[in-house]
Unconditional design. Structure first.
Lengths: 170, 170
DNA sequence: CGGTGTGAGTTGAAGCTTCAACCGTCCCGT
DNA sequence: ACGGGACGGTTGAAGCTTCAACTCACACCG
């Protein structure tokens, strides 16, 4: 009847902590950004992706992939950002059903203002509390987890963006 | 002016993936549980904590700590669970301002039904895609991150619950 | 052409979380 | 004994995400 393979102690130890991280970290990121810059972490991340794209422009679907979000969620968020003048939408000339989102100068300015505080938060709570080896381990662990979630997802490639130009293992 | 220490390539590689994990994993947990058992992951987790407490009972504040949530969020969720007959609330006899939450038999039944599918999901997307060493690494990494978020939080201790020894008494 | 199907986005409602204000209880100093 | 805090919890509104339905455009088949 019950052939469930339950988690053993070591696995539970990892899982309860990981769940806590999943619950708490987003809140920390959000509250720092909202308090200091009036944006959510997701809004920030979306604008960050746009800011790295050529001409600050991306198709909605592509942007959704890059931001790990559904098209619906992205659509709502971009609508909000557009209302605040951070982003502009325009129909894609080549493809009548597609929409392009572009980061405005105002949006770029907001990013410049928000970035230092955000990076500091990321360091304080994640990067700087880990050893360099742990940072590497976190990359591998995240890759493994993501691989099981988005087997051949459209974004699989996009994570590699910051990988070592010259692959040298230690 | 700008003395921000930006993230280097290795750090960015870790961060973008970690952000993706933070965005995607909760959705996976939620949708499996909602589809198969009609509960959110947070509801499940709250009931799981209750189910391990003596008499299936905990004070709201204690439960909030165990579930990594604010009291407000917990209060809303427990109200929902109470409406569905999974949990019961009663004023704490010893302390007039405290409230006890207790898992009902119905709630316990729901847990029994939901647990196998949930554990399978946790394995499929997290535990089983990692090597045993990575599971250990994830524990340490999560601990480090949590330590920077809840410096001396009330829960700091509760994560240790599943640590090594078999010294569990009830 | 017309028809069916799929891709790209948008929208509105419903649900959950967050935020701030609030109420009752307990503790403590005077 | 009493008035101010602090503690424990609840509540309602506002905000964000999810879900399902819907629109419009391209594509391909006959």
């Amino acid at each position: 009847m019950d052939d469930t393979r339950w988690l053993d102690r070591r696995q539970m130890a990892a899982w309860v902590r990981f769940v806590a991280v999943l619950e708490l970290v987003p809140g920390v990121l959000d509250s720092q950004l909202r308090r200091d810059s009036g944006v959510t972490h997701f809004e920030y991340f979306v604008m960050a992706e746009l800011s790295e794209a050529p001409a600050g422009t991306m198709r909605m679907t592509e942007l959704a992939g890059a931001a790990n979000a559904t098209l619906s969620r992205l659509s709502h968020v971009v609508a909000r950002l557009e209302g605040r003048g951070c982003v502009e939408r325009s129909p894609c000339p080549e493809n009548g059903r597609a929409t392009n989102a572009r980061l405005t100068e105002g949006g770029r300015e907001k990013m410049r203002a928000a970035a230092p505080g955000h990076v500091a938060t990321v360091r304080r709570h994640v990067i700087d509390v880990l050893t360099p080896e742990q940072v590497t381990q976190l990359t591998a662990i995240s890759d493994a987890i993501l691989g099981s979630i988005a087997p051949v997802g459209p974004m699989a490639e996009s994570y590699r963006r910051y990988d070592e130009p010259v692959d040298e293992s230690s």
